[in-house]
Write a protein that binds this ligand. Structure first.
Ligand code: ATP
Length: 252
C-alpha cells in the first residue's frame, strides 16, 4: 500500500525558555492511500498539533513530514500552499464560511483562486457535491439560514472541490448533535470508500469506532494503535467497547 503521509520522529515545541513544552515528542506515523484513520487521546495530548503538522498547516521543530514522497519543509511556501489546496482537504469543528455570502459561493470561493477561468465547471462540480452531500437546494441560502449539520456538509463540499487525496478533519462532528454527527460520519465513510484517505481527530469513541485505524495519543506520543475491519454498519457497540477498553488500559 502506498503511503501518502509519512512523519518521521516529528517534534513540536511551544513556548520559550523555562516555559518550553514539547507537544509532539518524536512521533512517527504513516497514512496509506485510501485509509480511514482517527486520532484519540485526552485533551492537550497533541492530537490537533499532529494533524496540523502532518498536513503542513504548521511547521515542526525536528523530524520530517513527507506527502506523497515530498518533504514538506523542503517546499517553498507557494508550493506548499498549492499542495494543500489541490491535494488535501480540511474540515474543522466550525466551518469557516463567510456571512453575507450564499452557501454555493462559500463552497467555490477557495477554488476560484486556482481556476478563475473555469467558474462554470467549478460551479457544476460544487452543485454535484451539494447533491451528493445532501444539501441540494440550499445554494442561495445565507450561512445563518442552515443547520449546523448542513453547514458542515457545505464545509465538506468545499474541502472536496479540489479532489483531494486526503481529507483532514479536526473534530468535524464536535459541534453537532448525534444525528447530524452520524450523517457526517456516513458521508465521510462514503468519501473514503470512493478512494480519499480520511484522518480525523475526535474525542468520541462512537466516531473513532467507525474508522479503520485508531491512533491513541498521550503526552505528545502515539502510545497505541488499533486496527479494525471496515465498518459496514454492524457491531458498532462491540467496536466502541474495544476502543473504550483500550483507552482504559492505557489510562487515557
Ligand atoms: N499555538 C500554541 N501555542 C502554545 N501552546 C499551544 C499552541 N497550540 C497548542 N498548544 C498546547 O499544546 C498542547 C496540545 O494541544 P493540541 O490542541 O494539539 O491538543 P489536543 O489533543 O488536540 O487537545 P483538545 O482535545 O483539547 O483539542 C496543549 O497543551 C495546548 O495548550
Amino acid at each position: 500500500m502506498k503511503k501518502i503521509i509519512a512523519a518521521d520522529h516529528i517534534e513540536k515545541v511551544y513556548g520559550h525558555g523555562g516555559e518550553r513544552r514539547k507537544v509532539l515528542n518524536g512521533v512517527s506515523v504513516s497514512i496509506n492511500e485510501g485509509e480511514f484513520v482517527s486520532v484519540m487521546g485526552p485533551s492537550g495530548s497533541g492530537k490537533s498539533t499532529l494533524l496540523f503538522a502532518v498536513s503542513g498547516m504548521d511547521t515542526v521543530d525536528s523530524g520530517k513530514v513527507f506527502f506523497d514522497g515530498r518533504e514538506l519543509s523542503a517546499l517553498q511556501e507557494n508550493e506548499l500552499a498549492d499542495l494543500r489546496r489541490r491535494r488535501m482537504g480540511f474540515v474543522f469543528q466550525q466551518p469557516t464560511l463567510l456571512k453575507n455570502m450564499n452557501l454555493l459561493d462559500n463552497i467555490i470561493l477557495p477554488a476560484m483562486r486556482d481556476h478563475r477561468k473555469n467558474v462554470k465547471k467549478i460551479t457544476e462540480r460544487a452543485r454535484a457535491l451539494m447533491k451528493k452531500t445532501g444539501i441540494e437546494g440550499l445554494e442561495k441560502r445565507d450561512i445563518t439560514q442552515v443547520s449546523g449539520g448542513q453547514l458542515q456538509r457545505a464545509g465538506i463540499c468545499r474541502a472536496l472541490l479540489g479532489s483531494p487525496q486526503i481529507l483532514f478533519g479536526d473534530e468535524p462532528t464536535g459541534a453537532l448533535n448525534q444525528e447530524a454527527a452520524e450523517g457526517i460520519m456516513s458521508l465521510l465513510a462514503e468519501i473514503n470508500e470512493a478512494g480519499t484517505a480520511v484522518m480525523l481527530v475526535t474525542h468520541d469513541a462512537r466516531i473513532a469506532a467507525k474508522t479503520e485505524r485508531i491512533l491513541f495519543m498521550c503526552d505528545g506520543q502515539i502510545v497505541s494503535e488499533m486496527q479494525l475491519p471496515r465498518f459496514r454498519g454492524t457491531e458498532l457497540e462491540a467496536r466502541m467497547e474495544r476502543v473504550v477498553l483500550r483507552m482504559r488500559e492505557l489510562g487515557i
